[in-house]
Write a protein that binds this ligand. Structure first.
Ligand code: ADP
Length: 879
């Protein structure tokens, strides 16, 4: 430092305020600059200045984080270090900032602040008189002794370091060449000291005091090093760890991290991170990776983009619940009560869930199958999953898989990608903070596939009990044990679940509810829940059972498809047919797009809407006198509690009872008033039963005929199987035309006629063989000119010989027919056994016809049967 001896700093200095790190004279430090004032200083002083003087600035340490007080200059520490800006590096990532390399020259005291904007400038008094430092040992008395002791300690310290490292060798030489007075500053900035300690050294203007402050720090470092060397002797292979040198400086003023164990009260964040890593109780492999990354992190300058990435990674690692878990509190009796309390009906599902839990209780390490609840939306699949977590006393986390088409969504991105992050499984674990939560994989049937890989394949590993103890997320790149996680999946249909995935799961069907069950669910669960959600009490709002019935049958529908009008070939239409078509069109405009839902979600929404409307009235405390009530006929029953046309109006102290009129006011006109029977007023329409992921549905099949050349037109987005069914139906009818007197005089009923067959809800693709019987019935009706019974629905596959084959989804289909108030259901004889699953009282409401031939179907579908020549060709004699 002798070269500095003549330095005289300017009497006015621009001030750079830092809030972390303390620059001491004789050392070099990197300072990241991103606040407005500091940026201004760099721009207008360092980057524009041309003289050496302009590169000298004052560094004021310990300033309150200036990020939050851009307007007001925070109070400044009175002593700072004048420094020489050796290097300025600008970067725009992650935000605009400069990194300065500053070499400390000497202390100064701020005597007067001259201006604050655009950056502070102050009148300063130089405190270290560098020229006074003389070579050799001139100081005498206590100071001389102190400096001698300090020097020897410094020599001892350097002697303990590895001399083969060039920086250490250079330091050893410097120790002899530097004036002893500069040693406290130089060494205090090299050894591991906290900012607070450095600040004390900086504030010690008196040389003697400075030695006194710095000496204990040096001794502490030596002791720490000794201790470390002792433990190292036991593990001689990792010498290198003793010394970690931060790269990137020209002057020896860099920090030596001599003691890895050392604590830093100031919260030096790598040290904090290190502590966290050690406390995270991670398995050996993960710990090794973390320590390696930590070492890399320490050597990296903070401004390097990779610094942030590595830090994020380490933070993720320490936050993961490597060995944190909750203890299961499994009591089957309590679980049964809880499941029953939370859910009405669903007996089969609840039974299976209890079995599953019971086995877990007996054998806690169970590697059982993954349960997969399959059923229409809103039937309580998610909510049962939540209840299972509750019965077990575990954390619950839902992972929505709908639309996931990239396998890195499950497995994470490799860290080489910008913006990489872990997958949903690992993120979920981080969120719940324990390693044995219940994970609900929602909508596994809606997983997509794309160029970015198949997420289902990644899920296989997650769900396979044989593999998931070492699930490796790409981001973490170390295995995480998922075997303690309880996975439950939900889906609307098994059809689109990849077979390999399905194979790992036990499918539990959750069918839709019948009307009575919905009413019970509404009164036991949905209404109390909605009341609570809206801050209402049963004393303020009452929904009678009749109203619930009405909501279910008239309002709670799902909007399944947009209706497209039957597209007819107009050019071929004859006048006679035109009226027929127009007539049909007006009729078919009924809101077919709403189907009664299988679950209760829409019902819950409607109840929510009622609660909102009532909440407004309760909040307003709005009263309307009975005299104004336009609904007089109800006045005698619910005298005080009237709900008016204008909305609801009731004194808040009374319960507001939702009746038929109030319902109409709140929810508007019913969505589904046109009865099914009204649609069957023409020949050529029949009702089929279809199965969709949303539950069962009734489906109309319509046919019309026009003059032509025997062509069949099919519309309504039919799949191949369905088209084939239509052709089969036509062929069977043509071959049996005589038997059923359909031929209209000629041998072929299709002679000179085109037939158009349409399946409404044209925007929805339909496929499957089960519409066969419906198509036959519909065409038989068209050709015979007779009406199909309006209360009958049917399903079944047909063969060319007129046999009826069994089909799937009987339960959902029957429930749909029941919901639609139909009376008779024709199903294949071989499906008779499936009726066992259907609640008794639904069965009691319906008249089932089990058909094994099309003849039986036709007889059941038409009033008074469908006349045939009893299978004998004698009828030919009609001519
Ligand atoms: P899903 O996951 O099958 O689409 P949810 O589990 O989200 O349906 O259920 C929708 C709502 O219906 C929830 O508020 C749930 O509590 C309620 N729910 C469904 N089924 C029942 C039932 N059997 N008993 C009580 N509430 C039910």
């Amino acid at each position: 430092m002798s070269s500095n001896s003549g330095i005289q700093i300017p009497s006015r200095l621009p001030l750079l305020c830092t809030h972390d790190g303390v620059l001491l004279p004789g050392s070099t430090m990197r300072i990241s600059v991103d606040t407005a004032r500091n940026m201004q200083l760099v721009k207008s002083r360092l980057l524009k200045g041309t003289s050496l003087k302009s590169t000298i600035i004052g560094i004021i340490p310990n300033t309150r984080d200036p990020e939050h007080d851009s307007d007001e200059l925070p109070s400044l520490h009175s002593i700072g270090t004048a420094g020489l800006a050796v290097q300025v590096v600008g970067s725009n990532w992650p935000k605009p900032h400069y990194t300065l390399l500053i070499t400390g020259l000497c202390r100064f005291r701020v005597t007067q602040l001259l201006r604050e904007r655009p950056f502070p400038v102050a009148e300063v008094e130089q405190l270290d008189k560098l020229e006074q430092y003389t070579e050799g040992d001139t100081a005498d008395g206590e100071l001389g002794e102190l400096s001698q002791r300090f020097y020897q300690a410094a020599v001892q310290l350097v002697g303990m370091l590895d001399m083969s490292v060039p920086v250490v060798a250079k330091l050893r030489r410097l120790l002899d060449s530097l004036p002893k007075e500069t040693l406290p500053d130089v060494l205090a900035s090299m050894i591991r000291t906290s900012n607070k300690e450095k600040l004390q050294v900086l504030d010690a203007v008196d040389l003697e005091e400075r030695f006194k402050k710095a000496l204990p720090l040096l001794t502490r470092q030596i002791e720490g090093l000794k201790l470390l060397q002792k433990t190292r002797k036991l593990r001689p292979d990792d010498d290198k760890r003793v010394l970690a040198i931060r790269k990137g400086g020209v002057f020896p003023g860099r920090q030596f991290s001599l003691d890895e164990e050392a604590e830093d009260e100031d919260g030096d964040d790598t040290a904090l991170l290190e502590k966290k890593v050690k406390a995270a109780a991670m398995p050996e492999a993960a710990l090794r990776v973390c320590l390696k990354e930590l070492r890399r992190l320490k050597k990296m300058p903070q401004s390097m983009p990779e610094y942030a990435l590595t830090r994020n990674y380490l933070e993720m690692m320490v936050e993961l619940p490597w060995s944190k878990s909750t203890t299961d509190c499994l009591d089957i009796r309590a679980a049964r009560v809880l499941l029953d309390n939370d859910h009405y009906a669903m007996e089969k599902l609840k039974r299976r869930v209890l079995e599953y839990l019971a086995v877990r209780q007996l054998k806690s390490t169970l590697k059982g199958p993954i349960l997969c609840f399959v059923g229409p939306p809103g039937v309580g699949k998610t909510s049962v999953g939540r209840s299972i977590a509750r019965t077990l006393g575990r954390e619950f986390h839902r992972i929505a898989l709908g639309g996931v088409c990239d396998q890195s969504d499950i497995r994470g991105h490799r860290r080489t990608y910008v913006g990489s992050m872990p997958g949903r499984i690992i993120n979920g674990l981080k969120t719940v903070g324990v390693n044995n939560p219940v994970f609900l994989l929602d909508e596994v049937d809606k997983l997509g596939k794309s160029l970015q890989g198949d997420p289902a394949a990644a899920l296989l590993e997650v769900l396979d009990p044989e593999q998931n103890h070492s699930f490796t997320d790409h981001y973490l790149n170390v295995p995480f044990d998922l075997s303690q996680v309880l996975f439950i999946a939900t889906a609307n249909t098994t059809a689109t679940i990849p077979p390999a995935l399905l194979d790992r799961m036990e499918v539990l069907q959750v069918p839709g509810y019948i009307q009575e069950e919905k009413v019970e669910i509404a009164h036991r669960h949905l209404i109390p829940h909605q009341l609570e959600q809206h801050g209402l009490t049963p004393q303020q709002l009452q929904i009678p059972q009749d109203t619930t019935h009405e909501i279910i049958s008239k309002y709670a529908h799902t909007h399944t498809h947009t209706y497209t009008l039957c597209v007819l070939n107009r050019f071929r239409q004859k006048t006679s047919l035109l009226t027929h078509v127009e007539d049909r069109r007006t009729r078919l405009k009924c809101p077919d797009r709403y189907t009664r839902e299988a679950g209760v979600r829409s019902l819950e929404r409607k109840i929510g809407a009622i609660c909102r409307a009532v909440a407004v009235k309760v909040a307003e405390g709005h009263k309307v006198s009975r005299a104004e009530s336009p609904t007089e006929q109800h006045a005698d029953q619910n005298t005080e509690t009237k709900v008016e046309d204008s909305g609801i109006a009731a004194p808040p102290e009374m319960p507001i009872v939702i009746d038929h009129i109030a319902l109409k006011d709140i929810l508007g006109p019913p969505l589904f008033e046109i009865e099914v029977s009204e649609r069957l007023t023409l020949p050529g329409v029949a009702i089929g039963l279809a199965w969709t992921p949303m539950g069962g549905e009734i489906m109309f099949v319509e046919a019309s005929r026009m003059d032509g050349e025997g062509q069949l037109t099919l519309t309504g987005q039919l799949g191949d199987v369905m088209k084939e069914s239509a052709h089969l139906a036509i062929s069977w009818l043509r071959s049996n035309a005589k038997t059923y007197l359909l031929s209209n005089g000629s041998a072929d009923p299709l002679e000179g006629t085109d037939i158009h067959l349409h399946f409404p809800a044209g925007a929805v693709t339909k496929d499957g063989p089960s519409a066969g019987v419906t198509i036959v019935t519909c065409l038989a009706s068209l050709l015979s000119g007779r009406l199909v019974r309006s209360d009958v629905a049917m399903t079944g596959e047909i063969t060319l010989r007129g046999l009826v084959l069994p089909v799937g989804g009987i339960k959902d289909k029957v429930l749909a027919a029941h919901r639609a108030n139909l009376k008779r259901v024709i199903i294949p004889k071989r499906n008779e056994k499936d009726l066992e699953e259907i609640p008794t009282h639904v069965r009691a409401d319906l008249d089932f016809v089990f058909a094994s031939t099309l003849d039986e179907v036709l007889n059941a579908a038409f009033d008074g049967g469908f006349p045939s020549a009893v299978g004998h060709p004698q009828v030919v004699s009609k001519l």
